[in-house]
Design a protein around this ligand. Structure first.
Ligand code: ATP
Ligand code: MG
Ligand code: MG
Ligand code: MG
Length: 482
């Protein structure tokens, strides 16, 4: 089953259960000062859950373009190194606004996965909320009972903690337990050796969460107490690329037809075969992932810039350029060439990219040119300091490394790499100290984060989206340990 069929079957399934199919909201959020990018399918329905607006339909389903690069959900650092977190991804979702609840949602989810997609029942685990005494939150006995009936036993049901199995909008407001479905994609031999039960929610690359069913059941009041909501809602989200991996029998989202056209194009242009060189493979995955975030953000109206959402997009673009430059040998703009590949591939579901292809290409190419110039200037700066480093026992001091980072946009691992090529090393502790001081300065000025919604201070420069503070080698080690 190809990706387009998998997506369509999801929508058809919920249409057959009387859901109204709506389109994806833009990935860029313009009308909510507390959120920069859509990070879940439910964002566009926030007002219905809060009771600010009546929902026009009681049952809705869609596929939503999501971006998780800031605020509560920031997966940027995993991208390229793991095989199942992306910056931009599609979240398939179905919703009930005060209509059906657990006893419909859970059996439907199971029916779709096992009867429409034919995923093996014996490879799936489900989790339900195990309660939290400290917060006075009850165990989700109802979901447990429903699953027990569906599965015929309790063997594959896990009780999860508040962190994984309880959703809340903020300190106050709608909240409730959730029930997740995980799938074990390891080989039969590995499964025979170790049960997947203990690997659920443990960062195992082949035992992954695919679907989250949230039940908005309570309202948390300002005094901390919970009351039952007058109308109860269902909010679900399933990772489309992970679902494709499971159905297509792959070990990585990047091996599915969602990513292969991009991966093959990048590897072809870089003149190597994907899968033969670990560092190049990581860089290829970073590019294939980041171009989706960048292209769709621009198509949805967010140009790269020097502040807020625009800066987040610029940073993602620069991260991609850096991987392309350092590991794949692209010394000239390259990313923009991926836009037509992506636009053709997504024409059927997100035509907005193809419609603006030339514009998106131009913006990306300009950005690449500018950043590559900066990179070159940084390289010249390193050259001009050569004597200083040499007399300083071949060490690039923390202040200089930080200047390269701050002024020239050189992430620490790039400086380290260039230094190594030149026989220097970097005073990493000194760099970290400078970085920490900078963080302290910006923390004071920047954002207060509140659960799913990020409060941005108007005065603040931008949201901090995470530095690549580990070297590529260190990240590789971390990845291999999984
Ligand atoms: P994980 O624990 O794997 O980080 P999550 O619990 O943060 O996932 P949810 O917020 O429950 O994810 O989102 C619903 C679904 O969206 C997940 O079950 C998963 O399939 C998918 N998903 C979440 N984050 C990503 C991502 N960064 N890239 C791709 N798919 C994702
Ligand atoms: Mg997550
Ligand atoms: Mg999770
Ligand atoms: Mg989850």
């Amino acid at each position: 089953m190809n990706a387009a069929d998998i997506r369509q079957k999801f929508l058809d399934f919920f249409a057959s259960k009387d859901h109204h199919i709506v389109s994806s909201a833009p990935i860029v959020v313009k009308d909510d000062p507390t959120l920069m990018f859509t990070n879940a399918g439910m964002n566009q329905f926030k007002d219905y859950f809060l009771g600010n607006k009546p929902a026009p339909y009681a049952r809705v389903a869609n596929t939503q373009k999501c971006l998780r690069v800031s605020g509560k959900h920031n997966d940027l650092e995993e991208v390229g190194y793991d095989t199942y977190h992306h910056t931009m991804f599609e979240m398939l979702g179905n919703w009930s606004f005060g209509n059906y609840f657990k006893k419909e949602a859970l059996p439907w989810a199971w029916e779709l996965l096992t009867e429409v997609y034919n995923l093996p029942k014996e490879r799936m685990y489900v989790s339900v909320f195990g309660g939290d005494e400290k917060d006075n939150l009850p165990k989700d006995e109802e979901a447990f009972g429903i699953w027990k009936k569906i599965l015929g036993s309790e063997e594959r049901i896990l009780f999860g903690s508040k962190k994984d199995n309880f959703w809340e909008m903020g300190e106050t407001g709608p909240c409730g337990p959730c029930s997740e479905i995980h799938i074990d994609l390891r080989s039969d031999e590995e499964v025979a050796r170790q049960s997947g039960y203990d690997l659920v929610n443990n960062d195992h690359p082949q035992v992954v969460e695919i679907w989250n069913n949230v039940f908005m059941e309570f309202n948390r009041l300002a005094d901390g107490s919970l009351v039952k909501l007058p109308a109860q809602h269902v909010d679900t989200g399933m990772g489309f690329e992970r679902l494709c991996m499971a159905i297509q029998g792959k070990q990585s989202n990047y091996d599915t037809d969602v990513f292969q056209p991009l991966i093959q194009f990048i590897a072809g242009e870089a003149g190597y075969t994907y899968g033969t060189d670990e560092k190049k493979d990581i860089a290829t995955r970073v590019l294939a992932d980041h171009i989706r975030a960048i292209a769709f953000a621009i198509a949805d109206g967010q140009l790269p810039s020097n502040n807020k959402a625009g800066y987040v997009i610029r940073r993602i673009l620069r991260r991609a350029v850096r991987y392309a430059f350092t590991f794949l040998g692209f010394k000239k703009p390259f990313l923009y060439k991926l836009v037509p590949v992506l636009a053709d591939q997504t024409l059927g579901i997100f035509p907005e990219l193809k419609a603006q292809q030339n514009f998106v290409v131009r913006v990306i190419e300009e950005e690449e040119l500018a950043f590559l110039r900066t990179l070159e200037n940084g390289l010249k700066r390193i050259d001009s300091l050569r004597d200083k480093f040499t007399s300083n026992q071949n060490i690039i001091d923390g202040k200089t490394a930080f200047e390269l980072y701050d002024t020239f946009g050189f992430p620490a691992d790039l400086t380290a790499l260039i230094a190594k090529e030149n026989g220097f090393s970097v005073d990493e502790a000194g760099f970290e100290k400078e970085m920490q001081e900078q963080k302290n300065r910006s923390r004071n000025a920047a954002q207060a984060e509140q659960s799913d919604w990020v409060i941005l201070n108007d005065e603040a420069e931008t949201a901090f989206i995470g530095y690549d503070n580990l070297t590529a080698e260190a990240r590789l080690v971390k990845y291999r340990q999984v």
